[in-house]
Design a protein around this ligand. Sequence first.
Ligand code: PMP
Length: 556
Amino acid sequence: MQNNPLKALFPQLVGARPLIYLDSAATSHKPLSVIERTNQYYSNENANVHRSSHTLAAQTTAKFEAVRQQVQHFIGAKSDREIIWTKGATESINLVANCLSTQHLQTGQKILLSALEHHANLVPWQQMAQRFALQIRIMPVDDKGCLLIEQALQLIDSQTALVAVTHVSNTLGNINPIELIIKKAKALGAMTLIDGAQAISHLKVDVQALDCDFYVFSAHKMYGPTGIGVLYGKQVLLESMSPYQYGGEMIQQVGYFDSTFQGLPYKFEAGTPNIAGVLGLGAAVAFIEQHRALIDQIESELYAYLLQQLAQIKQVQLWGETKNSIALQSITLIGLNIQDLSILLSEQNIAIRTGHHCTMPLMQRLGLAGTLRISLACYNTFADIDAFMQALKNAVLQLAPDSAIQDESNVVVASELRPIVNILPLAQKIKAAQGWDSVYREIMMAGKELNRLPVHLQVAEYEVNGCESQVWLNCEVKEQHLHLQGDSPSKIVRGLLAIIFEVLQGQKVESIAVFDMAAYLHQLGLSRHLSSSRGNGLLAVVQFIKLQCELACAKN
Ligand code: PMP
């Protein structure tokens, strides 16, 4: 499909210099219908729900509850009492992990998770496991990150209390065979929770057909507003669980010393809910239902095109499933640092995510520091993919001009302490560079002048916290003068370190205290090229150096 008719419905994606948005797994954009629905609430319908009996409140309450039924039908739940409003998938999982009790769990039982889980579907269970002395077991993946289903199924046994697994991996896009997992868990009496955060906008979900006990998702990843999400739970289970939070709305009778609580779903919805969010979610559900066939077609055509295009760059490595996948692809490029790629892509107006994607254990399992994740949605176009590919090729050329495949992790820093006297006026070159590509070329050239920290010192003790990329620093004060060594796996960060070192290296410690990094970056014209997190990372480096100087002064 050459022209995507849905794109025009997303105001932020059309305009003079439209954003190339490839980060929909983090949050999707919102169609005008969703934006207008939330506006309408604040403009014309603003009243609290379930409290006041005046006409406006009653009308708004009816609209609010109608969305509950809409969501019930959207996911095929038996009753609207099984739909609980939460802040999002994270809160839904926390709710379950906090409200299950000794009635549901026995000491020594197992909680089964998969190696693919988002932190939101790991950490709450770790806490629950500690409270109830349960054991966590992990369903394994292969070296590409695909679930090893035979082995996974074997782990489910009569000692399994609960299986919590993601429907679709947020990092790799894999669609997991949750039907098989749920079936085996049911047969052995284990509860099941499915994290549907990444599935809900791409796949038709029917919780009764799946027969899971819980299914969770967030509105903001399915074209809806932030701060609103859903916990679906089977009625009998939800009824057997105590409330999550206490306060207004969830009570029936309150005395000074005791209270009774409402039934489902209200017993889990203490306090004023996100009313605009719920109404916006209703509009998002309507949007998906209206366009489902088109959304499926657009996403599958785009994904096939993306895979075809990526195959043209020889350094690209694909992770996860490509057949059984939503329109999301994680890649790494042999010999290239993903932070560097992310910086150069961002400079070219490509919104994309790099890093561990809140799946640190999965990254460890795959032996990766992170991936570059291209996640598509119904508003993307072939032109977006072309623009991304062009930007990626530019970035690869810039990072590896001769396109030689070089694995930086194996590069041994030769004579560790390169003489710093050779440092050229790097700042001058940066200032003179015209255009983002020249600026970054100069930054990377500057990295060659960096006084590098020996590899054996690149350990936690020397690591600077608060930087987006990994940075190690060694600051020594010799006879009141500062001596710096540093390193980073990122070429660009090494260049930025060299630029900082240029002004600080060999200086007297008193002058370090008054150095204004932000002003300096501004003077070089660098501040507009650095995202706030990267700028803050550099400030963290300078803070670290200043602190070391203060400590050295205090010692003397
Ligand atoms: N699970 C998965 C698979 C996710 O991708 C996310 C969001 N990245 C979450 C849970 C948490 O969602 P939220 O931040 O909206 O609560």
